[in-house]
Design a protein around this ligand. Structure first.
Ligand code: C5P
Length: 221
């Protein structure tokens, strides 16, 4: 097949999902948001009263969970045992616990298996933290998308500000905290793959980043 796989990794709030969705749209590829899967597991754990540190109960939980991604009108939809949880997985409660849930090996093994199945057909744009390093080491194009913590918090703040009372400082601290746990965890930490192209989006618009990735993609097609 002449279709390639594109891996887009990077820290929270760097614009990965928006960029990945647009790149997929323009290539006619399927977009897969792996963060949404870790969020779905976290939501299921919260509902079941499982603490993000309870390794054994989390292992049992992921074994019976059914997580399904499907394209929707406003981006990717997420189903947990066939219930639409697309918006609920974006809650602050889930956001605050997801990194700890994602640090467990049993959770990662299960979700990575699912991610590899989804990518087997190729023609996939997948975003996450460990896609280029671990999930799809053979992806033809690997991007590591970053931006300064301040810029990332500011963008999130502008998205959220009318809906929550959270301050910019608070968001900055939360993002920095999530970066740290994602970078320092033992299994598949957030790190730039050796063969990934690093793009700092601090001073770029979404459109500019998308155009840049498309240009890079053309050289691989
Ligand atoms: O991308 P998003 O911010 O929705 O991801 C939520 C969390 O899921 C991340 O902070 C990280 O802890 C975890 N994650 C991961 N590996 C991935 C994608 C997300 O550990 N491939």
């Amino acid at each position: 097949s002449d279709r390639i796989n594109v891996a887009i990794d990077g820290p929270a709030g760097a614009g990965k999902s928006t960029v990945a969705r647009k790149v997929a749209e323009q290539l006619g590829y399927v977009y897969i948001d792996t963060g949404a899967m870790y969020r779905a597991v976290t939501l299921a754990a919260n509902r079941a009263g499982i603490d993000p540190g309870e390794q054994d109960r989390l292992k049992e939980l992921v074994e019976v969970l059914n997580i399904r991604l499907a394209p929707g009108e406003n981006g990717q939809m997420v189903f947990l045992n066939e219930e639409d949880v697309t918006s609920e997985i974006r809650s602050r409660d889930v956001t605050q616990h997801v990194s700890q849930v994602a640090s467990h090996e049993s959770v990662r093994i299960r979700l990575v298996e699912l991610q590899r199945q989804l990518a087997a057909a190729r023609g996939i744009v997948m975003d996450g933290r460990d896609i280029g390093t671990h999930v799809l080491p053979d992806a033809e194009l690997k991007i590591f998308l970053t931006a300064s913590v301040h810029i990332r918090a500011l963008r999130r703040y502008q998205e959220l500000k009318d809906r929550t009372g959270v301050s910019l400082e608070q968001l900055e601290a939360e993002i920095a905290g999530r970066d740290l746990s994602d970078e320092q965890r033992e299994i598949s930490p957030l790190v730039c793959a050796k063969d990934a192209i690093r793009i700092d989006s601090s001073e770029l618009t979404i459109e500019q980043v998308v155009a840049l990735i498309q240009e890079l993609g053309r050289t691989k097609l």
